[in-house]
Design a binder for this molecule. Structure first.
Ligand code: 5GP
Ligand code: ZN
Length: 161
């Protein structure tokens, strides 16, 4: 059973009209509204009307539509906020920092020195040997061909020679 079945969903409340929200876009499948605690002014969340927990649960056609909406909104947000850059972020699962288990795309206008940090490459990561990168690529290619094949944890995956 998914998290959403057990817990109350604030985004479903918003979609039903049962919670206060500042909407900047809507259509039959999606809604976009201002994040209640924005990183910077103009921080928008693009959300499906259907309750889908995370990126991995998202039907492909709906995902394509949501990214299309995000691409329409991004230039308007940049213009209105005067942003110098933009982060487009999806956090999927608790380990990735997802707090609201109703899928959403963050559109975060950015300015130099605004203090928000999603810096890559990750300073604590080494650069693995090319053979390791090739091996992971080959495993992903294998999983794409045969999605039923069992997968290890990220730690196990990193340890495989
Ligand atoms: P996550 O960590 O799940 O990717 O981010 C959830 C986002 O939802 C956060 O940026 C948070 O500020 C925003 N949020 C949480 N509750 C509400 C709410 O009731 N209304 C709105 N507009 N945004 C919310
Ligand atoms: Zn929901």
């Amino acid at each position: 059973m998914g998290t959403a079945a057990l817990t109350h969903c604030i985004f479903c409340d918003i979609i039903k009209g049962a919670a206060e929200v500042s909407v900047c876009y809507e259509d039959t499948e999606s809604i976009a509204f201002m994040d209640i605690q924005p990183v910077n002014a103009g921080h928008v969340l693009v959300v499906p009307r259907q309750h889908v927990e995370s990126f991995l649960d998202l039907p492909k056609r709906l995902g394509t539509h949501l990214f299309d909406v995000a691409m329409q909104l991004a230039p308007a947000i940049r213009k209105v906020s005067g942003a110098e850059g933009m982060n487009v972020i999806v956090s999927s699962g608790a380990a990735a920092g997802q707090d609201v288990y109703h899928f959403h795309i963050h559109l975060i206008p950015r300015r130099q020195g605004d203090g928000f940090d999603v810096r890559l490459p990750f300073a604590e990561s080494d650069m693995p040997d090319r053979t390791i990168l090739d091996m992971m690529a080959a495993r992903i290619i294998g999983a794409l061909r045969d999605p039923t094949r069992s997968q290890g944890t990220p730690r196990e995956a990193a340890a495989v020679p």
